[in-house]
Write a protein that binds this ligand. Sequence first.
Ligand code: ADP
Length: 159
Amino acid sequence: MNIAIYPGSFDPITKGHLDVLKSGSEIFDKVIIAVATNSEKSGFLPVKVRVELIKKAVKEMGLRNVEVDSFTGLTIDYAKQKDAEVLLRGLRAVSDFEYEMQLSQTNSALCDNIKTVFMITKPEYNFISSSTVKEIYENNGDISKFVPKAVDEYLKNKL
Ligand code: ADP
């Protein structure tokens, strides 16, 4: 079985992330979208909430071969644990490229058989980022165009 891990902060998950996830789910037998827990950064939403919101969004989209999880430690160790040899990442603009290339090459240097596959979203989702969503939300703007219903509802209720 060809399993891919889609690791990230997903703080919160956006329609851009979900577009990458959907494309990945059409290519691989199984995609595990996994929230990476960063011990130094507490983040905007707790990891448990991020996972719950992703689960709701995945259910809403009807993606059957997608699993939602979280992990601590190195992504390559998590991938090994899950029998996955592919990491799925998204590319938005040239500005993402340098960081993503460095990350991908570091992971390959750490683990020989790990490969990173990059997906590019549809143009309408390309400019969306979690940090922009947070900024709009914190300034009382409407984020509904950028995030799945579950995130929009959760954040509206939080206000
Ligand atoms: P990280 O903190 O690991 O960068 P993010 O949650 O910000 O985690 O992003 C996870 C992955 O999704 C990254 O590869 C990022 O480039 C990609 N991504 C984020 N937003 C988009 C988008 N709108 N279109 C395509 N890829 C995206």
